[in-house]
Design a protein around this ligand. Structure first.
Ligand code: SF4
Length: 373
C-alpha cells in the first residue's frame, strides 16, 4: 500500500461524508491546469496545441485558491502544460498545503531539480513525475532524447531531500510488456512511493493519431504487463481501477469525480473532452448532460476511453458505496489480483487490434525546445 494512511483516511472520510449528505455527484480530485505551455511537445499530448496568446496565459494563485475552495475535493492534481513553468507555482503549492489539500504536482521533471529549493517537503505535496517507460520508450514518447536521465536525476534529488515522489505513465499501442515490467523494477529501485498507469486518450488534436489503444488492446496490454505482479511494485491507484484496465472489472465513467479548472473556467464535461466552460463549479454540475458521456452513452468520444481521470473516481466511489465494494478492494489489496482473467468481450474495435508485442512505434522527429518556456 503506497498511499500514506493519513491521505487514505482523508479520502475515506470525505467520501463517506458525501454519501451521508446524499450527494449523487461529488468531486474527488480537482484537475487544476494553471497553464497550457510546456517545455516539451509530446506526440500523444492534446493540451499544447493552443495559439501562442493562450499559451502565454496562466491562472493567478487567487484563481487557483478560489477553484479549490469552490470544488472542495480533498486531492488536487496539477497537470498542464508544465506546472513548473508557472513563476508562482511555489506560492500556489504553499496555499494549497495551508488548505490541507493533497497535491500531485505533475511534471516532466526537466526543471524539477533546480526548482526543489523553492518547495518544502510535506505529506501534502507529491511530485508526480511523467515517465512513459524505459529510457528509449520515454525519450521517444516525449520526442526528446535525454529527458529520461534528467527525470531520474531529479527523482533521486527530490527523494534525497525528503519529498514524496510518484511516477505517472501513459501507455500507447506498441508498448512492450516485458520492458514495461523492467521499468517498474527500475522505478521502485529508485525509491518512488508508487506508480500511476493510464492508457493514452485519443485526443483529436494530438500529432500522433496512430498509436492510441482500442478497448480490447488496452485489456490485453495491461494483462500482459500486470500478470503475476511483483510484490515490490506499488501502484498509486485503486486496485479496482487496475482490474478495470485488465478487463476483469466493470466501471462506468464518473467525469464529475475529476473536474478540470483552467484559464477558460470549468471544462465541460471532463479533463479530456473540451465542449465549453462554465464560470462556477456548481454550474458545471448543473449544466452538463452527464448521461451523454461514458462508454454506455454510445458517445464516440468515450468509446475507447479508460483513463484514470474518468474511471479512478468511479473505483473509489464503488469501494465506499457498499460492503461488497469495500470487500472487493480489500481482497485485491490483501491477496493480490485473481489468477485467471475474464473472457474478453467481442468489440467492434477488435478489427483494429494489433499484437501488443508488435514492434515499436515508427521513428518520430525529435523536437526542438518550443519558444515558450
Ligand atoms: S469516458 Fe473519458 S472522454 Fe468520456 S467523459 Fe469519461 S473521461 Fe471524458
Amino acid at each position: 500500500m503506497s498511499v500514506p494512511i493519513s491521505q487514505m483516511w482523508t479520502v475515506a472520510s470525505y467520501v463517506l461524508k458525501q454519501k451521508l449528505l446524499g450527494r449523487k455527484r461529488y468531486p474527488l480530485v480537482l484537475m487544476l491546469e494553471p497553464l497550457f505551455r510546456c517545455n516539451l511537445a509530446c506526440a500523444g499530448c492534446g493540451k499544447i496545441q493552443f495559439p501562442v496568446e493562450i499559451l502565454r496565459k496562466q491562472l493567478t494563485p487567487e484563481q487557483c485558491f478560489d477553484a479549490v475552495d469552490q470544488c472542495g475535493a480533498p486531492i488536487v492534481s496539477i497537470p498542464g502544460g508544465e506546472p513548473l513553468l508557472h513563476p508562482q507555482m511555489p506560492e500556489i503549492v504553499e496555499g494549497l498545503v495551508k488548505r490541507k489539500k493533497y497535491i500531485y504536482l505533475c511534471t516532466n521533471a526537466l526543471r524539477l531539480e533546480k526548482a526543489l529549493p523553492q518547495f518544502k517537503p510535506s505529506k501534502y505535496l507529491t511530485f508526480s513525475v511523467h515517465m512513459d517507460g524505459p529510457r528509449e520508450e520515454h525519450d521517444h514518447a516525449v520526442c526528446r532524447e535525454g529527458t529520461y536521465d534528467i527525470a531520474v536525476s531529479a527523482i533521486k534529488a527530490a527523494l534525497q531531500q525528503g519529498f514524496r515522489v510518484t511516477t505517472n505513465t501513459t501507455l500507447f499501442e506498441g508498448a512492450q510488456p516485458e520492458r514495461i515490467r523492467g521499468f517498474f523494477d527500475e522505478m521502485m529501485a529508485l525509491g518512488v512511493e508508487g506508480m500511476m498507469l493510464s492508457p493514452g486518450y485519443s485526443y483529436e488534436k494530438a500529432p500522433d493519431q496512430d498509436h492510441f489503444l482500442q478497448r480490447n488492446q488496452t485489456y490485453r496490454l495491461f494483462r500482459s504487463i500486470l500478470s503475476a505482479p511483483k510484490k515490490v511494485w506499488q501502484f498509486n491507484q485503486s486496485p479496482l481501477f487496475v482490474e478495470f484496465l485488465k478487463g476483469n472489472h466493470d466501471l462506468e465513467c464518473t467525469p464529475w469525480g475529476n473536474p478540470t479548472y483552467n484559464i477558460f473556467g470549468w471544462q465541460k464535461p471532463c479533463y479530456l473532452v473540451d465542449e465549453g466552460h462554465t464560470q462556477t463549479f456548481d454550474q458545471l454540475l448543473e449544466e452538463v448532460e452527464w448521461a451523454n458521456y461514458g462508454t454506455q452513452s454510445g458517445n464516440p468520444k468515450c468509446a475507447n476511453c479508460m483513463v484514470h481521470s474518468g474511471y479512478e473516481p468511479s473505483a473509489v466511489n464503488e469501494t465506499f458505496s457498499s460492503l461488497g465494494g469495500l470487500w472487493k478492494t480489500a481482497k485485491l489489496t490483501l491477496f493480490g489480483p485473481p489468477k485467471t482473467n475474464r473472457p474478453l468481450p467481442q468489440l467492434e474495435s477488435d478489427d483494429r487490434f494489433d499484437d501488443p508485442h508488435a514492434p515499436q512505434r515508427p521513428e518520430q522527429k525529435q523536437t526542438e525546445l518550443p519558444v515558450l518556456q
